[in-house]
Design a protein. Structure first.
Length: 76
C-alpha cells in the first residue's frame, strides 16, 4: 500500500508522511500527477562483524612517533 502526497502539501503533512513510512508503508511524493520521490522505511542496520577485514590496514612503523616541529609551525 502506498500513500500519495503532493509536494505542495508535504510541509503541512510531513509528520504524517514520516509516521506512514515508520509504519512500513511507502509515501509517494508527486508534483501534480508526476511522481518525484519515494519515502520508504529504513531497514534495521546489520550488526557489525569484528575481525571481518583483519590485516587490511597496516599502520607504518612510526605511526605513533612525535610529529616534526615544522608540522606544528605550519610549514610545508
Amino acid at each position: 500500500m502506498s500513500t500519495t502526497i503532493d509536494i505542495r502539501d508535504l510541509s503541512a503533512r510531513f509528520e504524517e508522511a514520516l509516521a506512514v513510512a515508520a509504519a512500513g508503508e511507502e509515501v509517494l511524493v508527486t508534483d501534480g500527477t508526476v511522481p518525484r520521490a519515494r519515502l520508504i522505511p529504513c531497514g534495521s542496520p546489520s550488526p557489525r562483524v569484528p575481525g571481518l577485514h583483519t590485516g587490511a590496514i597496516q599502520p607504518s612503523g612510526d605511526f605513533d612517533a612525535p610529529l616534526p616541529d615544522d608540522f606544528w609551525a605550519g610549514r610545508p
